[in-house]
Design a protein around this ligand. Structure first.
Ligand code: CUA
Length: 453
């Protein structure tokens, strides 16, 4: 459960709360005064209680005018003083601090410490200045790092470093939340920060343990990776569907995937898992959107891959009983796969080099269908039914204008989707495909969209 503001666990908490309560108190006092006077006047000056000639207009009453100018100004300065002094404290980074790198991405938090330790929860010593360097991968979206108990919150911006600092005062575990709506997994983009006694922190920091709570044997490397790489935010271990397929009972099971838009059945063996991590866009499990899983090739080497495969095996499944990775689960499947592989490889190659790519296929495989319908229903993005030649209201540089959806418009919308954003739809959701598609692929998509009546 989220604990919200019920705890005060950093040096800022008191100042921020004081600023909050002073502002709230003054506002509430003003409200009572104004409403009270209003009710009093309604009662006192009701026509039945007024003797004609009793009321006179007040004109040019200097003391009154000075009073209602000076008093609100003083109140405003009181609010400003407490607000600003707390804010200045929050924004002045201490020189002498323990630095932790924070990666916020869809939809997980990862913390990297100066000695190279990587965790999925943040561990900090009590009473020390902690400075966080916040990052999001390029191509990701805005997140916001928020620890209510510390009263700190800062946006996490792709391609830019932001910073916050705090000094935790009370040992305990506190919530970390994402405070910027960032898509399907936003509400699960949670973690914890644990404030530890200095000695406990030092002992953990020098140890090999991922979490200070690992008793005895440290967690398997696969499980650690499952947490720190962010797999956990999309793939459950209990069979429930989060964003992607669950890992429960996955190993050795038959999976229906779409390969270049064509459905086929594969066995979830070592090769399949390896391919799903290295080239997630190649085989997409049927019923799940393409283009969401990041390509983790750079972060996972052969050793880590082995650990992940072992971990997925531990989650059960038909082939999970087989202990050695080398033993194929079932001969025919292995063969079936090698048979299918070169074929699809050859298809992609030939289509890339000689034939014009097929727009309909691209539309499916590049994940367009996740956001754009073809039948007029509204998804995340506008429907593309009858798009060609239609008039679109778009926002360009913050100004609304009308454009005709001609070829140039379609091309631009694919290559730089955020140049013109259709009114009523969020910007920066669609990735710029200009960098991901070849010119003739864009052309094929435009031709395909022209045919959508
Ligand atoms: Cu990340 Cu909301």
């Amino acid at each position: 459960m989220l604990e919200g503001f019920s705890k005060e666990a950093s040096t800022f908490a008191a100042d921020v709360d004081r600023a909050f309560w002073i502002t709230t108190g003054i506002s509430a006092g003003m409200l009572l005064l104004v409403v009270g006077l209003m009710l009093f006047f309604i009662y006192r000056y009701h026509h039945s209680r007024v003797v004609p000639g009793e009321i006179r207009n007040i004109k040019d009453h200097l003391p009154l005018e000075i009073a209602w100018t000076v008093i609100p100004t003083i109140l405003l300065f009181v609010i400003f003083y407490y607000g600003y002094s707390a804010f200045r404290e929050l924004r002045t980074m201490p020189e002498d601090a323990f630095n932790v790198d924070v990666l916020g991405k869809r939809w997980s938090w990862t913390f990297t410490y100066p000695n190279g330790k990587i965790t999925s929860e943040l561990y900090v010593p009590e009473g020390e200045n902690i400075r966080l360097h916040l990052h999001a991968p390029l191509g990701d979206v805005l997140h916001s790092f928020f620890v209510p108990a510390f009263r700190v919150k800062e946006d996490v911006v792709p391609g830019r470093e932001t910073r916050i600092w705090f000094k935790a005062t009370v040992p305990g575990r506190y919530d970390i939340e994402c405070a910027e709506y960032c898509g399907t997994g936003h509400s699960r983009m949670l973690s914890k920060v644990e404030v530890m006694k200095n000695v406990d922190f030092e002992a953990w920091y020098a140890s090999k343990k991922l979490s200070p709570h690992d008793e005895g044997a440290p967690e398997s490397e696969g499980k650690q990776l499952y947490k720190t790489l962010g797999c956990a935010s999309c793939h459950s271990l209990d069979g429930s569907i989060i964003v992607g397929p669950s890992f429960k009972g996955l190993y050795g099971s038959k999976v229906r995937v779409l390969t270049s838009g064509k459905p086929r059945e594969v066995v979830a063996d070592d090769d399949y898992i390896r391919a799903s991590v290295r080239t997630p866009e190649k085989d997409v499990v049927e019923g799940f959107p393409a283009g969401i899983m990041p390509n983790l090739s750079d972060e996972i080497d052969a050793e880590k891959m082995k650990a992940i495969i072992t971990f997925i095996k531990q989650q059960g499944g038909q082939g999970a009983g087989t202990k050695t990775i080398e033993t194929p689960v079932a001969g025919p499947n292995q063969e079936g796969k090698t048979e299918a592989e070169p074929k699809s490889e050859a298809q992609t190659k030939s289509s890339a080099s000689t034939e014009t790519p097929d727009g309909a296929t691209l539309f499916k495989t590049k994940g367009c269908t996740a956001c754009h319908s073809l039948d007029g229903t509204r998804k995340i993005g506008p429907s593309l039914k009858g798009i060609f030649g239609s008039t679109q209201k778009v926002v360009t540089d913050g100004k609304t204008r009308e454009v005709t959806a001609d070829e140039a418009y379609l091309k631009r919308s694919i290559e730089q989707p955020n140049a013109d954003v259709v009114e009523g739809f969020p910007s920066s959701v669609m990735p710029p495909f200009g960098t991901m598609l070849k010119p003739d692929e864009v052309k094929a998509l435009v031709t395909y969209l022209k045919g959508i009546k």
